[in-house]
Design a protein around this ligand. Structure first.
Ligand code: CMC
Length: 432
C-alpha cells in the first residue's frame, strides 16, 4: 500500500489550547487533515452527516476528481478501459492492481469457468421465494448464503486471492441469472465452458429451451462496457457498507451481501430502475418537459430528476458520457426507436440549461442512460440494479482485500451527538 506524505500542518485553537494536526497528501494531490487523535486531545468529535468531508481510509484503487470529471481505476482513465478492455480484465486490474498478461488472463478465465457452478442444494433456496420477488432481495440473500457452502474467505493468502475473487465473481453472476429465471418461472440455465464470462451471463439469462438464442456480439460489447463503467467508484455508499461490515471481521460473502443491500436504494444503484420508471411515468401521463423540470425543482413535490446529481461529480459524470454513447450505438445497431430515449435527451438538454440545475452543478450520472440500454437488450426493469451489482463486485472485492491488508484500519464505529432525554427515573407502571 502506498504511503501518504505529510505536507503541512493545521492548528486548531479550542478552549485556549492550540493543537496541531498533520495535513497528509495522496498521489494526486488530494489533502486531508489527520485528526485521528481529535477526541483524545479535545473530547470533540467531527459532525459530518453523509460523510461529505470525511475520508475513511487511504486507498490505491480508484481516483475521482469530481470537479474535473475524471475517473481512473488504478491509474487508467475510465474511457480507455471501457474502449479497450473486457470486464474481466478490469476486474483483474481492480483486484490485483495491474492489468493481466495474456497468461494471467487465461489462467483467471480458467478459474472463473471452474468456479461458475453453484452447489445444487442452493438451487432449492430459489423455490421458496414468492413469484415476482425482487431479484436484488434474492441476490443479497444468496450472496450471504454462499458462506455456508464455500470456504469463508476470511483472510485469503496472497496466492489464493484470485481463486477467492473468481469464485465470487463467477458464482454471483450465476446466482444473478438464476434469480431472474426464477422470477419469471423459467428453467435454470447452467454456465457453459465454451462461453466467456459476459457471454455466459447473457446466455444464462436469455436462453430458453423453446427458442433459439444466439449470444450477439453487439450486446456482449455493450454489456462489457456497462459492467466496466460500474466496476468501482471509490468510497460510495455500497463500498463503504462492504468496508464497514468487513471491518468487524465478517467474511467476504457477508460483506458483499451488505453492499448489495446498500446498492439497492434508489439514491444509489437503484437509480437505474428509478430512471426508467420516471421516464415511463412521463410518457404514460403525457407530462411535458417543462412540467417535469418544475416538479423536480419543487421541494414540496417528491418528484426528483432520477439519474441526475452526484455527491462527488460537480461536472458531467464521465461514465454518463460513455453510457450515453453506448446507449445510442446499441439502439442504432439493433434498429430500436425508443421514445424513452427521446424524452431522456430532451429532459437532459432542458435541465442543463436551467438555473436550478446549473447553480447546483447537477448533471446526468451513470444511471441516466444505462436503463434504456438494458431495456433494449431485453432486461426487465427490476434486473437493472442486479447488473450494477455484478459490475460493482470487483470493486467491492478490491476494497475488502485492501482493508484487510491495511494495518491502520480498525473496526468502523462512528460516534454521535446525543439529543435524547437526560437521565431519568422509571416510574411504577400505574404512575406513568
Ligand atoms: N433532482 C432535483 N434536485 C436535486 C437532484 C435531483 N436529482 N439531486 C440533487 N438535487 C438538489 C437537492 O435538492 C439540493 O438542493 P438544495 O441545495 O436546494 O437543498 C442540491 O441539489 C444538492 O443535493 P443533495 O441531495 O444535497 O446532494 P447529495 O450529494 O446529498 O445527493 C444524490 C446526491 C445522487 C443522492 C442526489 O443528487 C439524488 O438524489 N439524485 C437522484 C438519484 C440518483 O440519480 N442517484 C444515482 C447516483 S450515481 C450512481 C450511484 O452512486 O449509484
Amino acid at each position: 500500500m502506498h504511503e501518504v506524505k505529510e505536507v503541512s500542518k493545521v492548528e486548531i485553537t479550542y478552549e485556549g489550547k492550540t493543537l496541531t494536526y498533520p495535513v497528509i497528501e495522496g498521489s494526486e494531490g488530494e489533502r486531508a487533515i489527520n485528526m485521528g487523535s481529535l477526541r483524545k486531545d479535545t473530547k470533540l468529535i467531527s459532525y459530518d452527516p453523509g460523510f461529505g468531508n470525511t475520508g475513511s481510509c487511504i486507498s490505491d484503487v480508484t481516483f475521482i476528481d469530481g470537479e474535473a470529471g475524471i475517473l481512473r481505476y488504478r491509474g487508467y482513465p475510465i474511457d480507455d478501459l471501457a474502449n479497450n478492455c473486457t470486464f474481466i480484465e478490469v476486474a483483474y486490474l481492480l483486484i490485483n492492481g495491474e492489468l493481466p498478461t495474456q497468461e494471467e488472463l487465461t489462467d483467471f478465465s480458467r478459474i472463473l469457468n471452474r468456479k461458475s457452478l453453484i452447489h445444487e442444494d442452493m438451487r432449492n433456496f430459489f423455490r421458496n421465494y414468492p413469484e415476482h420477488a425482487h431479484p436484488m432481495a434474492i441476490l443479497s440473500a444468496m450472496a450471504v448464503s454462499l458462506s455456508s457452502f464455500y470456504p469463508e474467505l476470511d483472510r485469503p493468502a496472497e496466492e489464493e486471492v484470485n481463486v477467492a475473487a473468481a469464485r465470487l465473481l463467477s458464482k454471483l453472476r450465476t446466482l444473478a441469472a438464476l434469480s431472474y429465471k426464477q422470477s419469471i418461472g423459467h428453467p435454470h440455465v447452467y454456465p457453459s465452458s465454451k462461453l466467456t464470462y459476459v457471454e455466459n451471463f447473457l446466455n444464462m439469462l436469455f436462453y430458453t429451451p423453446v427458442a433459439n438464442y444466439e449470444v450477439d456480439p453487439v450486446t456482449v460489447r455493450a454489456m462489457n462496457k456497462l459492467l466496466i463503467l460500474h466496476a468501482d467508484h471509490e468510497q460510495n455508499c455500497s463500498t463503504s457498507a462492504v468496508r464497514l461490515v468487513g471491518s468487524s471481521g465478517a467474511n467476504l460473502y457477508a460483506s458483499v451481501a451488505a453492499g448489495i443491500c446498500a446498492l439497492w436504494g434508489p439514491l444509489h444503484g437503484g437509480a437505474n430502475q428509478a430512471v426508467i420508471e420516471m421516464l415511463e411515468q412521463i410518457h404514460r401521463e403525457g407530462l411535458t418537459i417543462d412540467q417535469c423540470i418544475a416538479r423536480a425543482k419543487d421541494k414540496n413535490d417528491p418528484f426528483r430528476l432520477m439519474g441526475f446529481g452526484h455527491r462527488v461529480y460537480k461536472s458531467y459524470d464521465p461514465r454518463a458520457k460513455i453510457a450515453k454513447k453506448a446507449c445510442e450505438d446499441v439502439l442504432e445497431t439493433m434498429g430500436i426507436q425508443d421514445e424513452l430515449l427521446d424524452i431522456a435527451v430532451q429532459l437532459e438538454e432542458r435541465a442543463l440549461n436551467d438555473e436550478y440545475f446549473k447553480e447546483r452543478n447537477l448533471y446526468p450520472n451513470v444511471d441516466y442512460y444505462t436503463g434504456i440500454t438494458l431495456r433494449a437488450m431485453g432486461f426487465p426493469t427490476d434486473m437493472f440494479t442486479v447488473i450494477f451489482a455484478i459490475g460493482r463486485l470487483p470493486g467491492w472485492i478490491a476494497h475488502w482485500l485492501e482493508q484487510r491488508a491495511d494495518k491502520d484500519q480498525r473496526i468502523g464505529r462512528p460516534r454521535q451527538v446525543y439529543t435524547g432525554p437526560t437521565k431519568r427515573k422509571i416510574l411504577p407502571i400505574d404512575q406513568r
